[in-house]
Design a protein around this ligand. Sequence first.
Ligand code: UGY
Ligand code: MN
Length: 247
Amino acid sequence: MEISALTRSVVKRDHAVISPDGYINSNLPGWTNCTVNIMISEAMGAKFSQLLTTLTRTAEISDQTKATEIFFYVISGRCRIKEGNGENVLTKGSFIYLPAETSYQIFSDEEGTQLLSFHKRYESLAGYSAPSVIVGQSKGDGEEYLGDTALRLQVLLPDNPSFDMAVNIFTYDPGGHLPFVETHIMEHGLLYLQGQGVYMLSHQWYPVKKGDAIWMAPYCQQWFTAMGKEPAVYIYYKNVNRFPMIK
Ligand code: UGY
Ligand code: MN
């Protein structure tokens, strides 16, 4: 019997695990006929937001990025995104990066299409122009990570200083694990796309699986190992390429 007073979700000062059992939808202005779960936000202490949006067939999102940049990733289904340069059809595994000050519209082509998005206030860098729109498709598993054949990393955004965010897909074979406990200034937001395992966050241990989201604040110590019969895969956000203080 399920007991409704139990959840795997936790929200702490420097990390959170958000499992789907606790979702409550938000209504966002300009986002119609869709359900939006704000899994990570400034309200919990993060410096970015991570949203999971489920589109009905008649969904329409009509909005502007303004001071933020947005990375949309299609978890399942199919939709169309219009921005200044035209219209893009996005299917499972497709992504689009929208820079600050961009007007955009999203239309659903399939009931239940699910979008993951990362939203960050863009920090410009003297001498570099702001990035433009990027549309892409995740392919395969990516490159071997730090010489370990059990780990693969796929980098979705260009590695250049114009970008202040990275979004990567990390694949772990069962038994694969991060080679050491990471202790770093960069913040993370992640969503499990497949599989399961155990995450260590600030020396606490959490069983996690497909559908779970995790927030890691700067310096939240982190380590993960994959369990089960299939690779564990998560997509994650990271802030990059900027000085830690205003110079
Ligand atoms: O890019 C990273 O910092 C990554 N290795 N961290 C993580 O997966 N928790
Ligand atoms: Mn990390």
